[in-house]
Design a protein around this ligand. Structure first.
Ligand SMILES: O=c1nc[nH]c2c1ncn2[C@H]1C[C@H](O)[C@@H](COP(=O)(O)OP(=O)(O)OP(=O)(O)O)O1
Ligand SMILES: [Mg+2]
Length: 200
């Protein structure tokens, strides 16, 4: 079975990837299982950070790698925290501190619109000239009150008006069916299947 390193140390993402990739015939190896530490994420775009993570994991393992760089963009904050979502309240910040900072930054703002972004990059090797790249959005609203216990990160504050629920109130399968990460992974698998058909 083809091996694939998942270039992430985020337990929530790793759980979602294992659910989403369950039907796929890859042996999925989280980079932590190979002792690979987090990559630097210095770039201003999600795609560049995802590519840096994928290259880091592929270089350290000698295997194909899949990386996710994602975040939440608040419209009233000109897209902040964006690529800095994981480090919004500081380098070692946890989700509670990041959520708190986001809610504080939005006090008094009437526009609560936001979107999640997910950039996925898959490479066959560190020098792969044709990375598979997908980027998707998931729209919602940021609410002050934290609700729900599923998911991770900003999910308890990310409200879906069509459902009347936060993402943390969705069962995992329902989140995966709708989320930025679920959309991106399904698109990536379609792109891979086209390549396989063409023998590339
Ligand atoms: O579905 C999601 N539900 C809730 N929050 C989410 C989601 N997707 C991304 N997020 C937030 C979490 C973190 O604050 C940031 C990702 O940051 P990001 O650098 O891509 O990931 P990370 O540092 O946690 O793990 P890693 O880089 O090892 O993959 O966006
Ligand atoms: Mg990160």
């Amino acid at each position: 079975m083809k091996k694939l390193v998942l270039a992430s140390n985020n337990a929530g993402k790793l759980r979602e990837f294992s659910e989403l990739l369950a039907p796929v015939h890859f042996e999925i190896i989280p980079q932590g299982a190979l002792g690979i530490p987090e990559a630097e994420e210095p770039y201003a775009t999600f795609v560049e950070n995802a590519l840096a993570k994928a290259r880091h994991a592929s270089s350290a393992s000698g295997l194909p790698a899949l990386a996710d760089d994602s975040g939440i963009c608040a419209h009233a904050l000109q897209g902040a925290p964006g690529v800095l979502s994981a480090r919004y309240a500081g380098i070692e910040a946890n989700s509670a501190a990041n959520n708190q900072k986001l809610i504080s930054a939005l006090q008094g703002k009437s526009d609560r619109g936001a979107h999640y972004v997910c950039a996925l990059v898959m490479i066959n090797s560190v020098d792969d000239p044709e990375p598979v790249i997908v980027q998707t959005r998931w729209y919602g609203q940021i609410q002050d009150l934290a609700q729900g216990s599923h998911g991770f990160g900003y999910d308890p504050h990310f409200f879906l008006p069509e459902l009347g629920l936060t993402v943390a109130q969705l069962e995992p399968e329902r989140k995966n069916a709708l989320s930025h990460r679920g959309q991106a992974l399904r698109e990536l698998l379609i792109q891979l299947s086209h390549r396989t058909k063409l023998g590339a």
